[in-house]
Design a protein around this ligand. Structure first.
Ligand code: ARG
Length: 401
């Protein structure tokens, strides 16, 4: 029997050519697996058929939108998962889901090799391959672009020579990866980091500079999960989709950053993630009123570490999984309503209310009704500053200060 390879298939030029390329290089049969993680665009049935037309022996397409929203985006929302304090991990979140389904397909169709279309310069190859070896140590991984020198020019040549059903002229000058959590745009003229992004790059967001009336809404959360928008119940997927539409229409959620890749390269990335960033801002503000101070301070360092692990392809690592448990427990009281105003590229929280609130009006007020005993503050400050005061007294005594 021929060896079988499961290929993560997107329907685009590179992975379409990879089907025949892998078959030629290895003599194996190729099974294409594509997952709908809310990237939009083409009909999935078309994608499925194209893989077969390009020579795949089996072609599987999965509607993984709810799974992606519930099991990948929601943990990221609860974790406040932002790499370098900004990037909401769009691509990093989808890879482990794809890996999981590739491994399942490999078991189902008797494949022992998994393949992806990533280059040797990015993070995604790491996410695929670490994920695969974590979930299926018995399987092997290949990357035709990296391992079998499948360059862009050769891919176009191959597609023409084999009469593959792909329009190579439609190929965008950018490298784009998108899903319901957001959209990543790189390469092309953006590689000159002084060049400003142009309006053409964006598709999830309108131009924030366009004049339009503001949009105000109320998001309800239960333990860090959005459950209602303006009082209407929503699934996690619906929450993201509705916020993509409403925040996107106001130009919210554009980013332009130079980012530290795991492989050591600094790279320029443009992102748009209107729904993700608006939801994260809302949940974070609800956390501010419902989470105890020390837990919240510690949470921020956990959040940063969690984001780095996920960015670095460690989705299935024990540390990441243990931090997930911490994040879940910390989110328990993060329930209530956030009122948010979306306008001109900004998402601003304008109100918050919660049964779990730790905000005590009586303690906070400067008006009548103050219940805070200010007389206790003086003693508190004296003891609080005592260790440092003693140290400075010593420095002065020995003449170092
Ligand atoms: N830099 C981002 C990341 O590493 C996005 C990668 C997007 N991939 C792509 N093929 N454009 O998560």
């Amino acid at each position: 029997m021929k060896e079988r390879v499961v290929l993560a298939y997107s329907g685009g030029l590179d992975t379409s050519v990879a089907i025949g390329w892998i078959a030629e290089q290895t003599g194996a049969e190729v099974i294409a697996v594509a997952a709908d993680v809310g990237q939009g665009g083409e009909d999935l049935e078309q994608v499925r058929q194209r893989a077969l037309d390009c020579g795949a022996v089996e072609s599987v397409v999965l509607d993984a939108k709810d799974e992606f929203a519930d099991e990948y985006c929601l943990p990221a929302l609860r974790a406040h998962g932002l790499y370098m304090d900004q990037y909401p991990l769009v691509s990093a979140l989808s890879r482990p889901l794809i890996v999981k389904h590739m491994v399942e397909a490999a078991r189902e169709f008797g494949a022992s090799i998994l393949a992806h279309g990533c280059t040797g310069k990015g993070n995604d190859q790491v996410r695929f391959e670490v994920g695969i070896t974590n979930l299926a140590p018995d399987m092997r991984c290949i990357a035709p672009v990296r391992d079998y020198a499948m360059t862009r020019d050769k891919a176009i040549e191959f597609a023409a020579a084999h009469d593959l059903p792909i329009d190579v002229t439609k190929k965008s000058p950018y490298s784009i990866d998108q899903n319901v959590w957001g959209r990543a745009i790189e390469t092309g003229f953006l590689e000159d980091i002084w060049n400003a992004p142009i309006e053409d790059l964006y598709s999830y967001t309108e131009d924030p500079a366009q004049p339009r009336p503001a949009d105000e809404l109320i998001i309800t959360f239960a333990s860090g999960r959005p459950t209602h928008i303006d009082g209407e119940p929503v699934t996690m997927l619906e929450a993201i989709e509705q916020m993509n539409a409403r925040a996107g229409a106001q130009g919210v959620g554009r980013l332009d950053i130079v980012e530290d890749r795991l492989v050591g390269i600094k790279s320029r990335e443009v992102y748009e993630a209107p729904g993700a960033l608006a939801l994260m801002k809302a949940r974070d503000e609800l956390q501010n009123i419902t989470m105890e101070r020390d837990l919240a301070r510690f949470f921020r360092s956990v959040s940063q570490r969690w984001s780095e692990l996920v960015y670095d392809g460690m989705w299935f690592s024990p540390l990441k999984q243990a931090l997930d448990q911490f994040i879940l427990v910390a989110n328990e009281p993060v329930s209530g309503d956030i009122r948010m105003k979306l306008h001109a590229g900004t998402a601003v929280v304008t109100g918050r209310r919660s049964e779990e609130s730790l905000y005590d009006f009586g303690l906070a007020t400067y008006d009548t009704g103050d219940t805070f005993d200010q007389s206790q503050a003086a003693g508190f400050i004296e003891l609080y500053g005592l260790p440092s005061t003693l140290a400075h007294a010593r420095e002065q005594r020995v003449g170092r200060e």
